[in-house]
Design a protein around this ligand. Structure first.
Ligand code: NAD
Length: 304
C-alpha cells in the first residue's frame, strides 16, 4: 500500500489524538476523523481532515484504522458494536484492513480484539505511546508496538509521522505489556526521588545541590535528569509551574491499575508497583488527580 492510496480512519480526537491526527494530515495522508464530541471533529476538519456523521461512515473503505480512546471497553465497542446507523466498523472497512490501537488498554483486551478482528478478516497491532501531550503535538512520541512483523512493517511508516521512536516489542499485546512496565518503573522512580529530596530538605540541604549530587552519583535517574519533582530546581517542568501540564496523576493511576491487574494475571511479584499505586491513589483522593504526577513530591513534605 503506498502512502497516497492509504485511506486512514482516525477515532478519538482528545488531548493526544487531535495532535496525532493533525500530524498525519500535515504529512499528506488521506484522513477521515470521528469523535463523539462534534467540536473536536470540527477542529480537525479545519486542519484538513474529512469529517463523518457516524463512526461507520468514517471507516467506510478504510485500509488503516487508528484509535486513541480512553480505555479498552471503548475500543472494543467501537470496532464490534452496531452503532446508531446499524453498522459495525469491522463490516465497512476494506478486507484485511490494519487496525492500529494507540490507546493504553489491558494486554488481554488487546489480544482478544486481535482474535476477533482476525475472525473478521482483519489485522491488528497494539501501539500505545509514551511522550504525553507535548510529544503528540511535536510528533515525537515513542510508539511501542505489538503484532506480527508484516503488520508492524505497514504500521511503522505511518506511526513515524506522529513519533520519533517506533519499537517492535513482540507479538500482539507486547506493546501494552511494555508500556505498563515502563510506567510502573517511572512511578516508582518519581516517588523514590521525591522521598529522597524531601529527606535532604529535612536535613537542611538545598534541593538543587542535592539533585546535582544525585545526578553525579548512583541515585541518578530520568526524573533527576529531565523532570525534577521539586519546585524551582529545574525550569520548564510541571513542578516549577504548580504541577500543571505534563502527565496527570489520574492517568498514572490508570496505568498502575493496568500494571497491577496484569501482575496478578501473571503471578508476577510487584511490591514496589503496588506501593506506588497506593501512594498515587491516596494522592488523587487528596485532590491531585488533575495535577502532574511529579506532584507526588508534595506527599512527602515534612512540613506543609
Ligand atoms: P482524552 O479523554 O482526552 O480523549 C479521548 C477521546 O476519545 C475523547 O475526545 C472522546 O470523546 C473520544 N471517544 C471516546 N469514545 C469514542 C468513540 N466510540 N468514538 C470516537 N471517539 C471516542 O484522552 P487522551 O488523553 O487523548 O488519551 C487517550 C489514550 O492515550 C488513553 O488510553 C490514555 O491512557 C493514553 N495516553 C495518554 C497520555 C496523555 O498524556 N494524555 C499519554 C500516553 C497515553
Amino acid at each position: 500500500m503506498s502512502t497516497q492510496k492509504q485511506k486512514i480512519a482516525f477515532y478519538g480526537l482528545g488531548n493526544m489524538g487531535a495532535s496525532m491526527a493533525t500530524n498525519l494530515i500535515k504529512s499528506g495522508f488521506d484522513v477521515t476523523v470521528f469523535d463523539l464530541v462534534d467540536e473536536q471533529v470540527k477542529r480537525l476538519i479545519d486542519a484538513g481532515a474529512k469529517g463523518a456523521s457516524s463512526s461507520a461512515e468514517a471507516g467506510m473503505g478504510a485500509d488503516i484504522i487508528i484509535t486513541m480512546l480512553p480505555a479498552g471497553k471503548h475500543v472494543e465497542s467501537l470496532y464490534f458494536t452496531k452503532h446508531g446507523d446499524g453498522q459495525r466498523l469491522v463490516d465497512v472497512v476494506q478486507t484485511n484492513a490494519l487496525f492500529i490501537d494507540c490507546s493504553t488498554i489491558e494486554t488481554n483486551t488487546s489480544k482478544s480484539i486481535s482474535s476477533q478482528l482476525s475472525a473478521n478478516g482483519h489485522r491488528f497491532v497494539d501501539a500505545p505511546v509514551s511522550g504525553g501531550v507535548a510529544g503528540a503535538a511535536a510528533g515525537t512520541l515513542t510508539f511501542i508496538v505489538g503484532g506480527a512483523t508484516s503488520d508492524f512493517e505497514i504500521a511503522q511508516p505511518i506511526l513515524a509521522n506522529m513519533g520519533k521512536h517506533i519499537f517492535h516489542a513482540g507479538s500482539v499485546g507486547a506493546g501494552q505489556a511494555a508500556k505498563i512496565c515502563n510506567n510502573m518503573l517511572l512511578s516508582i522512580l518519581m516517588a523514590g526521588t521525591s522521598e529522597a529530596l524531601n529527606l535532604a530538605i529535612a536535613n537542611g540541604l538545598d534541593p538543587k545541590v542535592m539533585s546535582e549530587i544525585m545526578l553525579q552519583s548512583s541515585g541518578r535517574n530520568w526524573t533527576l535528569e529531565l523532570y525534577n519533582p521539586c519546585p524551582d530546581v529545574m525550569p520548564n517542568v510541571p513542578s516549577s509551574n504548580e504541577y500543571n501540564g505534563g502527565f496527570m496523576v489520574d492517568l498514572m493511576n490508570k496505568d498502575l491499575g493496568l500494571a497491577m491487574d496484569n501482575a496478578s494475571d501473571k503471578s508476577a511479584i510487584t511490591p514496589m508497583g503496588a506501593l506506588a499505586k497506593s501512594l498515587y491513589q491516596i494522592h488523587a483522593q487528596q485532590g491531585y488527580g488533575a495535577k502532574d504526577f511529579s506532584s507526588i513530591f508534595e506527599a512527602f513534605k515534612t512540613s506543609k
